[in-house]
Write a protein that binds this ligand. Structure first.
Ligand code: ZN
Length: 430
C-alpha cells in the first residue's frame, strides 16, 4: 500500500548508503506529533462516532509502535492533535490512490490545511518543530469511505522533494478497504512507510523471489500485511530502515529496483553486484561464528529477551516434506543428516532424533520403530505457535525450529512442507 509513482523525482537527497531521512519523519525515535485530519466529502461525512473509531485504531497503532520500538531498545512517545471529527472539515472533491497517481496531491492537502488554520503542510511541520519541540511529525488524512490507503514518504522517491516547498510527510487512510474496516495494522503500516519502511509483499516493486524470501524470513512482518496487529512485528530489515536497528549485509538485497525511483544514478556508488543475498550471508555468518566472532545482535539486550523472536536467518536450514495425518506413516527427521526418512530407510535411522507421527512431533526414543527408538537419540519439542512453529532441542546437540510452510497440522492432508532451522547448541552436553 505504498505509493511509488510518476511524481517527478526532482531532488532526491537520499543516499541509499545512508538512512538518515529527509522529511518530517526522520527516525522512529523521540517524540512524534501526529495530526489527524478527518476530511468530509459530500456523501461521506465524518461524525464523532465514526471518527472515534479511527482514533481508537490510531491509538492502538501508536501503542504497538511504542512496544515494537522498545523491543529494539528505543523509546518513542506520541502526541496527537486533530481536526474534523465532527464533520467540520470539508473538501470539495474526493481523492484516492488513482488520483494521487495521476497528479500531485500536495496542493490539495495544502488547501485542506489552510481550512484548519495552517498556511500549508510545511508550516505545520515548522510549528511541530518550533512550538511543540517534536522530533518527528506526520499528518494522517482520513476519508470516511472504502479505498486503498497509501503513504507519501520523503525517503522512497515517492515524491518530489524540495525542503523549502514540501517536507511534511503524510498518509491517507480510508475507513474501509474492500469492504473491511481498516484496522490498527493498516495505520501502523502506513506510518512505518513515512519513516522509510519498505513493503515486503509481492508487488510491482518487489520481485517474487524477494517477497518469497521475506515471507519465509519474516512471516510476521507488518510490512507483509497489517491485519491482527498483535501478531505482527517490525522485521529487522524495516527496523533498520526506520532507524531502530543496525544494518546487516543482506538487507539491501530486499531493496526493490524502483524503491528509490530511477535512481541508481542518485547513488552511483551503490552497485547491484555488492548486494549480499540472505543465503550468501548465512554462509558468511557461519564462517564468522567459527572464528569466534559474535553476531551484531549482542548489542541488543532488549531484543534478546524474547526467545521466540530469535532470528531464523542465524540458523542453518533445510526443507523437507513430511507425511501428514492421511499418509499413514511416520516421518523420521535427522537434523544431523539434514534429511527425513521413512520406515524403509532402515540403514539411515540411526541418526534420527525427531519423529513426526502424522499428528505430532515426538522424541526418537518414543518412536514405535525399533531402530529409531533404540538409536540412543532423544529430543524435546515444544509448540510455539500451534500448527505453525515448533522449537526443539536434541540430545545430539542441536536446537532450532520446525516451521510448517505449507499444509495444515490437524487437518486431513497427506503431506506437510516444513523448513527445519537448526544450530548447534552452545551448551555442553557432556
Ligand atoms: Zn505498504
Amino acid at each position: 500500500m505504498c505509493l511509488t509513482n510518476n511524481v517527478t523525482l526532482v531532488n532526491l537527497m537520499v543516499s541509499s548508503r545512508n538512512t538518515t531521512k529527509i522529511g518530517s519523519c526522520k527516525k522512529l525515535e523521540g517524540s512524534i506529533y501526529v495530526l489527524s485530519v478527518f476530511i468530509s466529502v459530500k456523501g461521506c461525512e465524518w461524525d464523532n462516532n465514526s471518527a472515534q473509531q479511527m482514533y481508537n485504531l490510531l491509538f492502538q497503532a501508536e501503542n504497538w509502535l511504542t512496544q515494537q520500538a522498545r523491543r529494539y531498545g528505543k523509546s518513542i512517545t506520541f502526541e496527537n492533535g486533530g481536526y474534523g471529527a465532527d464533520g467540520s472539515v470539508f473538501a470539495n472533491r474526493y481523492v484516492n490512490l488513482t488520483t494521487a497517481r495521476s497528479g500531485n496531491l500536495h496542493p490539495y492537502f495544502d488547501e485542506v490545511m489552510r481550512t484548519i488554520g495552517y498556511q500549508d503542510m510545511a508550516q505545520f511541520y515548522d510549528w511541530t518543530k518550533n512550538q511543540k519541540g517534536a522530533d518527528n511529525s506526520l499528518i494522517l488524512f482520513f476519508f470516511n469511505t472504502d479505498d486503498r490507503s497509501f503513504a507519501y514518504s520523503a525517503t522512497s522517491g515517492m515524491m518530489s522533494y524540495d525542503p523549502h516547498k514540501f517536507n511534511s510527510e503524510y498518509a491517507v487512510i480510508y475507513r474501509a478497504m474492500s469492504g473491511y474496516m481498516s484496522d490498527a495494522g493498516v495505520i501502523a503500516h502506513e506510518i512505518l512507510h513515512l519513516f522509510g519502511a519498505w513493503d515486503m509483499y509481492p508487488s510491482e516493486y518487489l520481485t517474487k523471489e524477494q517477497s518469497d524470501t521475506a515471507a519465509r524470513m519474516y512471516p510476521r512482518s507488518i510490512m507483509i500485511q497489517g491485519q491482527n496487529i498483535a501478531q505482527r512485528e517490525i522485521d529487522e530489515v524495516n527496523a533498520w530502515l526506520v532507524g531502530l536497528g543496525p544494518e546487516k549485509n543482506y538487507f539491501r538485497w530486499f531493496q526493490s529496483a524502483t524503491a528509490y525511483g530511477a535512481e541508481y544514478e542518485v547513488d552511483s556508488e551503490f552497485d547491484d553486484d555488492e548486494i549480499t543475498s540472505p543465503q550468501e550471508y548465512d554462509e558468511e555468518c557461519y564462517d564468522d561464528d567459527e572464528n569466534g566472532e559474535e553476531g551484531a545482535y549482542e548489542e541488543e539486550g532488549e531484543y534478546e529477551e524474547e526467545e521466540e523472536e530469535e532470528d531464523l536467518e542465524d540458523f542453518e536450514c533445510f526443507s523437507a516434506t513430511i507425511g501428514g495425518p492421511d499418509s499413514g506413516q511416520c516421518s523420521y527427521i535427522s537434523i544431523c543428516d539434514e534429511d527425513v526418512y521413512s520406515d524403509e530407510d532402515e540403514d539411515d535411522l540411526e541418526n534420527v532424533e525427531i519423529v513426526f507421527t502424522g499428528k505430532k512431533f515426538i522424541s526418537a526414543d518414543e518412536a514405535d520403530n525399533e531402530i529409531v527408538c533404540e538409536n540412543g537419540n532423544s529430543a524435546e519439542i515444544e509448540t510455539l505457535e500451534k500448527g505453525e512453529r515448533y522449537a526443539f532441542g536434541t540430545s545430539t546437540g542441536y536446537y532450532g525450529y520446525i516451521v510448517i510452510e505449507d499444509g495444515k497440522m490437524g487437518k486431513s492432508s497427506s503431506e506437510l512442507e516444513v523448513t527445519i532451522y537448526y544450530t548447534e547448541s552452545d551448551e555442553d552436553e557432556e
